[in-house]
Design a binder for this molecule. Sequence first.
Ligand SMILES: [Zn+2]
Ligand SMILES: [Zn+2]
Length: 161
Amino acid sequence: MLPPALDSSPIRPKGAIIVAINSNKWEKQMEFDPEVHVIKCPKCGHGMDEISYGGNLLIDRCTGCQGMWFDHGEADLLKKKWMGDALDIGEAREGKDWDTVEDIACPRCGKDMKKASDPDQPHIWYETCEEHGMFMDAGEFTDYKHETLADWFRSLIKGSR
Ligand SMILES: [Zn+2]
Ligand SMILES: [Zn+2]
């Protein structure tokens, strides 16, 4: 007779459920598993979760460093959504550490990604693949979205002479 395998037990230990409830915001860091994750984080190598926003937008957030991957156009779409930055749950402080990691490969095609900065907000640097999209460290999207609102208000004030 085979010894019972720990992982295949249908009964969850009580402790595991409590952990799951307590960590509803900070999901567990997960090793990349091609059966669970569509994308492997190009920075820290953990699996990325697909997070939907408003039903029609699906972005990928890393379970490790909380960086975010946007397919082409998704960052612009999310920027326009009210509270879209609520998806950017990572610590900006930690994101800054990951920002120093360079030479990362596109999670879709494996080609080297280029560092780029937003033309309107030159202090924000992100990695981009011309064909597939871009990767932002934790906190960068929040910055991206908020600064843009500030710029927009500034342009309103300028325009109302
Ligand atoms: Zn990561
Ligand atoms: Zn690519």
